[in-house]
Design a binder for this molecule. Structure first.
Ligand code: ZN
Length: 452
C-alpha cells in the first residue's frame, strides 16, 4: 500500500508544494550571471526540517551547486535526480502578460513565470519527492540523490560537469533522471534517451581598412564574410557522414505510437510541416548563421567582420571534423588563408575560426533493454493516464556530462512543463502536470530503491 501512501501524502500537502515551487520561481537565478545560490538556499531550507543532509558547493559570485541525500549509505543502488537552478533572461518584461518573476497563479490551474517549465517545476518536484520519501520513513535498499545544478543555460561545465567530476565521482550511479520539461503538447509526455550536441563557432575575417572613396586600395572584411556565407553549404561535402542514433522510420514509429492510429499520424504529419522538421532535425546535423557584426564608420572600409555559426551535432558526431571542414571550405573553396589564433599583423588578409562553446551529443545505446526504463514508462502512463513516447531532444541539455564519460549512460530526460514554452515569453505550467511529476519521481524512486 506504499504507493497509495505516497499519493495521499502528495495530495494532502499540495498547497505547500505549490508555494515552495512559486518561491523558487521568485528567486533570482537569471543566467547570465547566475546567482543560483539563491535557489540552493531555498531548497536547503525546504529539506532541512526533515533532516535531509544537504551540501552546498559555492563558487564564483553567489553561484552554487547542491547535493542532498535520502540517507548516508551509498553502498546499494543509487538513483540520481538532476535539475538546473538557473533560468534564461526574461527578455522585455513588458511583453509578458504577467511579471515574469511573480509566479502568478491563474484560475488555480496555471502558473506563469520564467522557469516554470524550464525547469524549476522539475527541480521542485524532485526535491519534494526526496522529502516525501524521507518523511514516510520507508525501509529502502538504496539511496536517492538530488543534484541541483548551476550553469546549465550557459553550457553546464560549472554545474553538472563539475558535480560529476567532483562530489558525485565516488558515487556509483545506477539510473539518472534529468527533470527538464518533456511535454510535447498536444502530444503526450516524452521520455528522452538522447540529445544533440551544440557547437558555436566564431568566424572572423581580417581585411585591410581604408577610405571608402577608394575601395580598391583596401580589402573589405564584410565582402570576405559574404563570400564565406555564400559558400557555406559546400561544407557538407567535407563533413564525414554520421548515422543518426535512431533512423527516421523508427522515429516515426515511436511518434506514431502517441496517436490513435498510424493513419491519423501520417495525416497529421502531412498537415504539419513543423512536425516533419522536428523529425528531420533528429536525423541530421544542422547549421545556422545567427549573428554578424562588421564596420565601424559609414565612410571606412571595414578591416574585420565577425559571424557566429550555430551547429547542432548528431549524437556521436565529433567537433574536430566539423572545424576541419569549415577551414577546408574557407581555404579551398573561398580561397582565404585560415589562421586559428589571432595574429597581430596589420596588412594581412586572413580568416580566423574560433570555437566559442562545444558540447557533443549523447545517447543511451541500450535503452530498449532496460527493465528500469520500462518501469518508468509504465509509471508515467499510469500517472498521466496516457502512453508516453520515447524520443530524442533536438537541442542539448546536461545529459552528455552523465552519459558520455561513462558515469551513467542510463540517463533520461523527463519532467513537467511544456518544452515549447521554455525560453519563451509567458512561459507557464499546468499545476496538475507539476503534481503528477512529483508523483512519478516519488513513486519511481520508491520502487527503484525497494528492489535489490
Ligand atoms: Zn532547461
Amino acid at each position: 500500500m506504499s504507493v497509495e501512501t505516497i499519493i495521499a501524502k502528495i495530495e494532502q500537502n499540495k498547497e505547500i508544494y505549490i508555494e515552495f515551487f512559486r518561491t523558487l520561481i521568485q528567486c533570482d537565478s537569471v543566467n547570465p550571471p547566475g546567482n543560483e545560490k539563491n535557489v540552493a538556499l531555498v531548497i536547503e531550507e525546504f529539506l532541512k526540517d526533515v533532516n535531509i543532509k544537504t551540501e552546498i558547493f559555492p563558487f564564483g559570485n553567489n553561484r552554487a551547486n547542491l547535493i542532498a541525500f535520502l540517507n548516508d549509505n551509498f553502498e546499494g543502488k543509487n538513483l540520481l535526480y538532476n535539475g538546473h537552478m538557473d533560468v534564461v533572461p526574461p527578455g522585455s518584461e513588458t511583453d509578458w502578460k504577467y511579471p515574469p518573476f511573480s509566479a502568478l497563479v491563474k484560475r488555480n490551474k496555471i502558473i506563469y513565470g520564467r522557469g516554470t517549465s524550464d525547469m524549476k517545476s522539475g527541480l521542485a518536484a524532485m526535491a519534494i519527492a526526496l522529502k516525501v520519501l524521507k518523511e514516510l520513513k520507508f525501509d529502502l535498499l538504496g539511496n536517492l540523490i538530488l543534484n541541483a545544478v548551476a550553469d546549465e543555460e550557459t553550457g553546464g561545465k560549472f554545474g553538472t560537469g563539475w558535480c560529476v567530476d567532483n562530489p558525485l565521482k565516488a558515487i556509483k550511479c545506477d539510473f539518472a533522471v534529468i527533470g527538464e520539461s518533456t511535454g510535447l503538447s498536444p502530444l503526450p509526455k516524452a521520455i528522452l534517451v538522447g540529445e544533440k550536441g551544440h557547437l558555436i563557432i566564431k568566424i572572423k575575417t581580417y581585411g585591410i581598412s581604408g577610405h571608402s572613396s577608394m575601395p580598391a586600395m583596401s580589402k573589405n572584411a564584410i565582402y570576405m564574410m559574404s563570400e564565406i556565407i555564400e559558400n557555406l553549404d559546400k561544407i557538407d561535402k567535407y563533413i564525414p557522414k554520421s548515422e543518426p542514433p535512431i533512423k527516421l522510420d523508427k522515429l516515426k514509429k515511436l511518434l506514431a505510437g502517441a496517436f490513435p492510429s498510424e493513419d491519423i499520424f501520417n495525416r497529421i504529419l502531412n498537415e504539419q510541416p513543423e512536425l516533419e522538421s522536428v523529425l528531420q532535425s533528429l536525423v541530421s546535423y544542422s547549421k545556422a548563421l545567427t549573428m554578424i557584426k562588421g564596420g565601424i564608420k559609414e565612410n571606412v572600409i571595414p578591416d574585420t567582420c565577425e559571424a557566429i555559426l550555430d551547429i547542432r551535432l548528431l549524437p556521436g558526431q565529433q567537433v574536430k571534423p566539423i572545424i576541419e571542414a569549415l577551414k577546408k571550405l574557407i581555404s579551398d573553396d573561398v580561397g582565404y588563408l585560415v589562421k586559428e589564433e589571432s595574429i597581430n599583423s596589420s596588412g594581412k588578409v586572413f580568416v580566423e575560426v574560433e570555437i566559442m562553446t562545444a558540447s557533443e551529443g549523447s545517447y543511451w545505446e541500450k535503452w530498449e533493454e532496460s527493465k528500469e526504463l520500462n518501469d518508468f514508462y509504465e509509471l508515467v502512463e499510469t500517472i498521466y493516464e496516457k502512453k508516453p513516447l520515447y524520443f530524442l531532444l533536438p537541442a542539448s541539455a546536461d545529459a552528455h556530462y552523465m552519459r558520455n564519460n561513462g558515469y551513467c549512460p542510463q540517463t533520461i530526460l523527463f519532467g513537467p512543463g511544456k518544452g515549447r514554452t521554455a525560453h519563451a515569453i509567458d512561459e507557464n505550467i499546468e499545476i496538475l502536470d507539476f503534481i503528477k511529476a512529483i508523483k512519478v519521481y516519488a513513486i519511481f524512486a520508491y520502487k527503484f530503491l525497494s528492489k535489490k
